[in-house]
Design a protein around this ligand. Structure first.
Ligand SMILES: Cc1cc2nc3c(=O)[nH]c(=O)nc-3n(C[C@H](O)[C@H](O)[C@H](O)COP(=O)(O)OP(=O)(O)OC[C@H]3O[C@@H](n4cnc5c(N)ncnc54)[C@H](O)[C@@H]3O)c2cc1C
Length: 468
């Protein structure tokens, strides 16, 4: 039976979402589409759904995740499709599967379009502000911002990304930041600790940005663009696109060995994590580097697969040892970031805290890595926060529910010693993708929450599958 609430004043909401990153945006949209009065608060409204570093979505395994979120009514697949400036196919892939396509998006446009989708969503308000406190009150929570605003809500989705006590570093330089160029968030973590939540440190690393004018593209191989790929969303039309080229190159003469021998983060623990991370990425990619265009109206390119946190001088030496980058100049140095994530067992398979009914966590605060992984958590956290605020039962994402299911399993049980990445989970769980079974489970969820438009979409696209 639905709970009844007194009429809400303009600072009272069913659901408040903290952070408008890839998880927060999906959470807020899902909650508002579920007819809950929703507020999303972000440090800066000019930085909604930003990409800190890479701008490629989909591909191996992640493509399935994009599709699962899309079926549930999420926005990441549609926004990827609208803003893709290049689509390439995996070398050995089967054309018929979504996970064989990688979509390079225009970073700035992706962020602006997502902001506009939020602005246009009924039942959803947006506010710029830094959340500094979450207070438990009778029947809900009070959310306070640094400019002394206070918002009441029944449920809160906490999705602050890498901002909790974030510190970025390159070489021996270190500054407090949530990502390069943005302040971090300290008091929110203190407030969560006062509520009893426990945190640990996590690390990740980014690659430097390169000035496209200084690259010798003749020394590289152009990646073949695909014009009519399987779409990353069933909910948008193909309206043509401007293509910007991406290129393949390699590190010369095994120079990568030198990188591994010279981490310079200035702290043994971080250095070990850094070199393990580089080894993992390089084993996965065999020294291959892909140069991706950052957008239509910029000459910026970023090299995939070469994250680093050395001093700028050292970064330049390494970059200039890549074929075609001999005279390249760096526009933005790569950097490492140290930030806080929840210790294990504080988020359930429904994204809810096992201790506080009404508190949901989504995104890399749960120890994950990846835009798609964050979005998958966001959509379920948003749906469940809305269901909770209506006094209804929550959705548990069990292992059987595709990659979203195994991601949630790992979040709820995993030890979080390394960032949880869906590509690693595929082999860990020895997961064989059975479309019929996964889509049937997603269809059941849509029927449970009564999402008419998404149910119709699914019947239109997958109606031929038995059980739908
Ligand atoms: C440096 C770095 C590089 C990464 N590169 C990639 C990559 O190339 N590809 C990839 O797939 N994944 C990447 N990731 C992994 C990660 O999945 C992404 O960071 C993803 O953006 C996380 O989504 P999120 O929603 O959890 O957080 P974010 O996207 O970081 O969003 C968090 C939002 O919360 C807001 N916020 C924080 N605290 C508060 C507060 N107190 N009050 C109000 N607002 C607040 C911030 O302003 C921000 O907008 C990277 C991570 C980091 C840290």
């Amino acid at each position: 039976m639905e709970r009844t609430f007194k009429k809400k004043s303009f600072t009272e909401y069913d659901v408040v979402v903290i952070g408008a990153g890839h998880s927060g945006c999906e959470a807020a949209l899902a909650s508002a589409k579920n007819k809950s009065k929703t507020l999303i608060i972000n440090i800066s409204l000019d930085n909604v759904a930003t990409m800190q570093h890479g701008n490629v979505l989909g591909g191996n395994v992640k493509g399935h995740l994009l599709r699962e979120i899309d079926i549930l009514g999420g926005e990441i697949g549609a926004n990827t499709w609208r803003n893709a400036i290049n689509v390439v196919k995996s070398e050995n892939g089967n054309n018929e599967e979504i996970n064989n396509y990688r979509f390079t998006v225009d970073k700035r446009r992706y962020s602006l379009f997502m902001k506009n989708v939020l602005e246009s969503q009924e039942n959803l308000d947006m506010r710029q502000g830094l959340v500094v406190e979450i207070k438990k009150i009778k029947d809900g929570f009070k959310i306070k911002t640094s400019d002394c605003m206070s918002y009441g809500c029944n449920a809160v989705v906490i999705s602050p990304g890498s901002f909790l006590n974030g510190n970025i570093f390159w070489g021996k330089y270190r500054i407090e930041a949530g990502k390069q160029g943005e302040i971090n968030s300290k008091r929110l973590q203190n407030s969560l600790e006062d509520l009893g939540f426990k945190f640990k440190k996590a690390f990740t690393f980014t690659t430097p940005g390169i000035d496209g004018k200084t690259i010798n593209f003749n020394m590289m191989k152009r990646q073949k663009s695909v014009f009519r790929a399987i779409m990353s969303s069933n909910n948008v039309k193909f309206e043509g696109r401007l293509i910007k080229k991406s290129f393949i190159t390699y590190i010369k003469n095994n120079d990568f060995g030198n990188i591994l021998n010279s981490p310079r983060a200035g702290n043994e623990e971080i250095e070990k994590i850094f070199s393990d991370y580089l080894i993992k990425i390089h084993k996965r990619n065999n020294g291959l580097i892909i140069l991706q265009p950052e957008g239509i109206n910029t000459t910026g390119m970023y090299p995939e697969n070469i994250p680093m946190a050395f001093s700028e001088k050292e970064q330049l030496k390494i970059i200039q040892n890549v074929r075609g980058l001999e005279n390249a100049s760096i526009t933005r140095p790569g950097y490492g970031i140290e930030y806080s994530i929840l210790e294990p067992l504080q988020t359930g398979i429904n994204m809810k805290s096992p201790v506080y009914d009404g508190i949901f966590f989504a995104g890399i605060i749960n120890g994950t890595y990846g835009y798609e992984e964050s979005a998958a958590q966001g959509i379920i956290a948003g749906i469940n926060a809305s269901l909770y605020s209506k006094g209804l039962g929550l959705i548990d994402m069990k292992k059987e529910v595709g990659y979203t299911g195994i991601l949630f399993s790992e979040i709820s049980l995993g030890d979080k010693t390394t960032p949880i990445d869906i590509v690693d989970l595929k082999s860990m769980y020895n997961f064989k993708y059975d479309f019929f079974e996964v889509y049937k489970e997603l269809y059941k969820i849509l029927r449970f929450i009564g999402r008419k438009k998404e149910i119709e979409n699914m019947e239109r696209v997958y109606g031929k599958y038995p059980g739908l």
